[in-house]
Write a protein that binds this ligand. Structure first.
Ligand code: ADP
Ligand code: ZN
Ligand code: ZN
Length: 743
């Protein structure tokens, strides 16, 4: 007799429990881990569905109390046990219910969700269709829907069903009538296919240079001898990391294995995607966040069926159900989008390493600015470090100039653009070269600084910037420290003190004013709203339809514009003063990436970094493009203050629409933590960074510990408590391990 642990298909933290059922003999060879089954549940034996998450030979309960599984759900997706194990990993390490974890790993459960797209086309020759339309128009009170449909089909070959019924508002009945008369044809096509590949876009034949070759050979040699390791490729911007990935990918595919390539959503542009397509053709499939669940499902099905061998996509592509996974690549490994912002708040890096372990696959992480986490593991030998020191075609890195904005103010320039940057811009415009101006979106967050001396007001307890609140106070978002907003700079006495606000729109105005003849493009959340907004702006800039591209961090990622010879970073400090211990790292990354956009072609590049803190280590090391120096200083800082990767942080958030209950519940949890682990470092409970969101109040507790498992133990204790707690059931609690953003 076999027994199954079954999880009920309801996502609620208090239902986080498995139930044991008997596997009837007749179902024994049908039931496997991950299968969806129907079971009798509760007093009335209500038929409900659940997942099999475990199978064993010995019952865990009194056998007379166990009920049998009723049946297996036909067409249910068999979740590979590997993926279930991955879900268990997410649940354990990041905090969630098994159900939430399963849903992360298996986003779509039922086949019905698979959408067939319908298309309408003419079933008769065009000329005849014109006659049909004319006839229709002669009739009084003819159906407008029919008219619209025919008119449209005279213009286009095929019409999307959704488009016809929604946008053109053609009633379904009208379409059906025309179909019956044999005028139009309705065909079902699979919802998502690869983009049409332009056959002329043949892959450029690229021969790896010496450093690329050495990197690829080292990894391939390990793969051939059956050693699956994790590599960190630290390669300067433009060093040709992608070519190294593709070389190893080809090797792995030739072994009959599959590859997952994670790239940040923001870099999922036509340019990048086409590089994979032109090299690997139909073997490649792409996931992106704009896809409907059905389209996503379709791609996962193709992966399972062995129709494709490469999945390129953001974080969630990690769960592609490849049966024989050989390689996972995480490009731009340092990107914060690899950490999930919803429960379970997993990090793709750690999860990839775990998934690779399960299937004996290799992991390659790549970055010009590796995260402290990855680099510290590489230096400790946990990951293999591979360095690409030079640009692929031997171009020099851009020359950097640091402009002290305090001096600009002193000499009377209150503009966002320094005199030196103006001068260089004029020169580049004259030479018909292109310019990128970069402004951090996070600039809209209001940290308080002095425009005369650059002094930033910081929390005395946390060494992070204080934020100005509307009520006239300044607050630390880490520990809750609050003080009255300063009127004069405590460092130099100047009145020019306040929160720094500057937007891309304002910058655009300034540039247009100063250079009326320049063609300016702006790329930010406002201008990229449309589906292909990104693409349009980037291609226009690539085609030199504009001289200046102004943008947020969107423009610094992975684009290769050969004609850009000047990059201006308008205010480097903005990210430096986020109230978050990552701010130095983020600043260094952004500056390095931005500087890396300049001088990719034949002409050398210059980058101008404008800052109030020219002496800051992140600014200085980025300007010198000296990652190891940055790492040394940043690591020392993390060590000193026990921040990751030198230690671990667990954020616990309690939310409730009743403020008093949120406060009370957070206090109760804090008490439990103190009982469970009296020595652990607790910060809070405090109001969360967004203390109230959509009328829900949020309290947060932070814990610090060197040992990750110690935090996991606290999480488990709290989980158990919540399961049994009778009071405050109107509150919601969630966990965030090593949070990337302030909760
Ligand atoms: P990274 O990902 O490290 O920024 P890429 O792989 O995007 O670098 O390469 C930067 C540019 O250099 C691309 O245009 C690429 O086609 C080109 N490139 C890379 N390797 C070579 C090579 N060995 N020979 C010629 N061009 C190369
Ligand atoms: Zn000052
Ligand atoms: Zn503080």
């Amino acid at each position: 007799m076999k027994y199954a642990d079954i999880i009920i298909d309801i996502s609620h933290e208090r239902l986080d429990k498995t139930f044991e059922y008997i596997v009837p003999t007749k179902l024994e060879d049908q039931v496997s881990e991950g299968m969806q089954v129907v079971i009798p549940f509760g007093k009335g034996d209500r038929a409900i569905t659940g997942y099999v998450v475990g199978l064993h030979d010995k019952p865990g309960f009194d056998i007379t109390k166990l009920k049998p599984i009723a049946r297996v759900v036909k067409d249910s997706i068999a979740i590979e046990s590997q993926l279930i194990s991955l879900a268990a990993f997410l649940k354990r390490n990041y905090g969630s219910t098994m159900n939430q974890a399963l849903k992360t790993v298996i986003p779509i459960k039922k086949k019905e969700n698979e959408k067939l797209k319908k298309e309408i086309s003419l079933a008769i020759p065009l000329e005849q269709a014109k006659i049909e339309l004319t006839e229709l128009l002669t009739k009084k009170n003819h159906a407008v829907g029919k008219e619209r449909l025919l008119r449209e089909l005279l213009e286009v070959d095929v019409l999307d069903w959704e488009l016809a019924t929604k946008k053109l508002q053609v009633p379904t009945a009208n379409i059906r009538v025309l179909e019956k008369k044999g005028i139009v044809r309705i065909e079902s096509v699979r919802a998502f296919r690869n983009p049409h590949i332009n056959k002329s876009a043949q892959a450029k034949q690229i021969t790896l240079n010496q450093q690329q070759e050495a990197a690829a050979e080292q990894i391939k040699a390990d793969i051939d001898t059956g050693r699956s390791k994790t590599y960190l490729i630290h390669g300067v911007t433009g060093s040709g990391k992608t070519e190294v990935y593709m070389d190893v990918m080809e090797h792995v595919i030739n072994m009959g294995k599959q590859v997952i390539v994670l790239i940040p959503e923001i870099a999922l542009t036509y340019q990048t995607v086409m590089r994979f397509y032109t090299r690997f053709g139909d073997k490649v499939s792409i996931l992106n966040s704009r896809m409907s669940p059905g389209e996503r499902f379709d791609q996962f099905e193709r992966a399972k069926a062995g129709e494709i061998s490469i999945m390129v996509g953001p974080r969630s592509a990690l769960f592609t159900p490849f049966a024989n996974l050989g390689l996972i690549i995480i490009d731009e490994e340092h990107e914060s989008s690899y950490k999930s912002e919803v429960v379970p708040r997993y990090h793709a890096r750690e999860t990839a390493v775990y998934r690779a372990k399960l299937s004996g696959a290799t992991v390659i992480l790549g970055s010009a600015t590796p995260s402290l986490e990855a680099y510290s593991r590489a230096t400790s030998g946990e990951y293999q470090l591979i360095t690409l020191e030079n640009r692929a075609k031997g171009q020099d890195m851009a020359k950097c100039e640091i402009i002290d904005l305090r001096q600009e103010l002193q000499s009377g320039n209150r503009s966002m653009i320094s005199r030196r940057l103006m001068e260089l811009m004029a020169d580049r415009l004259e030479k018909h070269q292109q310019i990128m101006l970069f402004l951090n979106r996070r600039g809209l967050m209001g940290f308080v600084s002095c425009r005369a001396c650059g002094h930033v007001l910081k929390c005395p307890h946390c060494d992070v910037a204080l934020h100005l609140h509307k009520d006239g106070t300044m607050k630390c978002h880490y520990c809750g420290y609050t003080t009255k907003a300063a009127k004069v700079c405590p460092s130099c006495g100047s009145k020019y003190i306040g929160s720094f606000r500057a937007g891309t729109q304002r910058l655009e105005e300034i540039v247009k004013q100063a250079f009326p003849q320049a063609r300016v493009l702006r790329m930010d959340a406002d201008t990229t709203k449309g589906k292909d907004g990104h693409e349009e702006i980037l291609s226009a800039f690539a085609a030199h339809e504009a001289d200046v591209l102004i943008g947020t961090q969107m423009i610094v990622k992975g684009h290769d514009f050969a004609n850009v010879t000047l990059v201006g970073i308008i205010a480097a400090d903005i990210s430096l003063n986020e109230s978050d211990y990552h701010s130095g790292e983020r600043t260094f990354q952004l500056l390095t990436q931005a500087v890396g956009r300049a001088g990719r072609g034949d002409e050398p590049g210059v980058a101008v970094i404008q800052t109030y803190q020219p002496e800051n280590y992140a600014v200085l090391t980025a300007a010198a493009q000296d990652y190891s120096e940055f790492y040394k200083q940043e690591f020392a800082y993390r060590k000193l203050l026990s921040y990751p990767p030198c230690s671990h942080i667990l954020g616990i958030q309690v939310a409730c629409d009743k403020q008093a209950d949120a406060i009370a519940q957070a206090d109760i949890l804090a008490g439990i933590i103190r009982q469970t682990d009296p020595e652990i470092v607790i910060m809070g409970p405090e109001d969360a960074y967004l203390a109230k969101l959509k009328d829900v109040y949020r309290r947060v507790i932070y814990l610090k510990a060197d040992d990750y498992d110690r935090l996991v133990a606290v999480k488990d204790t709290i989980d158990k408590f919540l399961l049994e707690q009778k009071q405050y059931r109107n509150t919601t609690t969630w966990f965030d391990f090593d949070p990337i953003n302030t909760l």
